[in-house]
Design a protein around this ligand. Structure first.
Ligand code: FMN
Length: 338
């Protein structure tokens, strides 16, 4: 029997497949099903900074009702009912998930700014989270805000969460940073144990008839995996951070590529929404078959074998790849034209 266990954030995981944050794991039956299908850990759905802010303002409002002291408008935040869970429900779901399964349960905190809300990480830890994933989805819309400001804001946020808890903290990053290796090195310095590559952007779509901007959510396709592989392969061996891959992991081949790039785990969400939770078992069986056919004795042996530091020709990760790709395309086109 091939050894497919992996280490991630100091946790020994039975397989490389982790379920990333999804509302599927809001049901305890689904959580049990994920464990039975072979998921080695589950990241719970996120608790949002805005949700915590809104809950505490609503409490203030209740306490000061009948006085003029609560002047601030809540209008700029979505309605409390738009969020999936209140903080109390969140902690209760976390405790129930911990009791229901033996695999590690990671809590997810989603925000962009440092503030009192990061103390909630402590409560997640006390409720039994094995680790915390910090989703740092921030959008630059202010021309006065520089890239350096945004990175500092992120580092301050990560630093305060890492100081608040003893469990490992992984940072789910956006792809839109100019120097991901530099940022990763600084995340490590402020206490992060891992990075999760990458957050998907959910840009709103435009309805040109109704003249409205509408939220859209499409499931991923495997083509989204490529930038994740690229950056994991560059980071692997250069920073002392575990790497989780999320975005475009659908098949056994995608899992193997993620590990070969240097990831410790490959996370799935869209594939489970599309094919069902049992898809995890099929992917693991396909992956073991592939490894056994090639006489590997463990999945760990393949880790990082296609990373930038392992391949003889690093130009595939640099400008050389860009030039080769573009020029080989135009050559093919020219030949076809004759
Ligand atoms: C319906 C849905 C809800 C999600 N909710 C969250 C969330 O609360 N927090 C978070 O960090 N990511 C959330 N995600 C993003 C996923 O965790 C994952 O990173 C993303 O879908 C890319 O992985 P995939 O290609 O396997 O779908 C959500 C994704 C979907 C499809």
């Amino acid at each position: 029997m091939i050894d497919i266990s992996m280490q991630y954030l100091g946790l020994k995981l039975s397989s490389p497949i982790v379920v990333a944050s999804t509302p599927l794991s809001e049901s305890i039956d689904n959580i049990r099903h994920m464990e039975d299908a072979g998921a080695s850990a589950i990241v719970l759905t996120s608790l949002f900074e805005e949700q915590l802010a809104l809950e505490s303002r609503t409490l203030d409002e209740d306490l000061s009702r009948g006085t003029d002291s609560f002047a601030e408008s809540l209008g700029y935040l979505p309605d409390l009912a738009d969020y999936r869970m209140t903080q109390e429900n969140y902690l209760e779901s976390l405790r129930r998930a911990r009791e229901a399964v033996a695999i590690p349960i990671l809590a997810s905190l989603n925000g962009a700014t440092k503030g009192g809300w990061v103390r909630f990480a402590k409560e997640m830890e006390q409720a039994g989270a094995h680790a915390i994933e910090l989703n740092t989805y921030a959008l630059a819309t202010d021309s006065a805000q520089t890239s350096a400001d945004l990175e500092q804001q992120l580092l301050d946020l990560v630093s305060s969460v890492c100081q608040a808890v003893k469990v490992p903290v992984a940072v789910k990053l956006s792809q839109s940073f100019t120097s991901i290796p530099n940022l990763a090195t600084r995340l490590q310095a402020v206490g992060a144990a891992g990075v999760v590559l990458f957050n998907r952007f959910y840009q709103p779509d435009f309805d040109i008839e109704a003249l409205e901007v509408r939220p859209t959510l499409h499931f991923s396709t495997p083509s989204e995996l490529l930038p994740r592989l690229h950056w994991a392969a560059i980071l692997y061996g250069h920073v002392n951070l575990d790497i989780g891959i999320t975005g475009g992991v659908h098949s056994a081949e995608d899992v193997l590529k993620s590990i070969m790039a240097g990831g410790s785990v490959a996370m799935m969400v869209s594939a489970l929404h599309i094919h069902g939770i049992d898809h995890i078992a099929r992917v693991l069986a396909d992956m073991c078959y592939w490894l056994e056919k090639r006489e590997y004795t463990s999945l760990g042996e393949t880790r990082g074998c296609l990373s930038r530091r392992s391949v003889p020709d690093t130009s595939a990760f640099d400008r050389g790849n860009y030039i080769k790709t573009l020029s080989s395309y135009s050559l093919r086109q020219t030949v076809a034209a004759f």
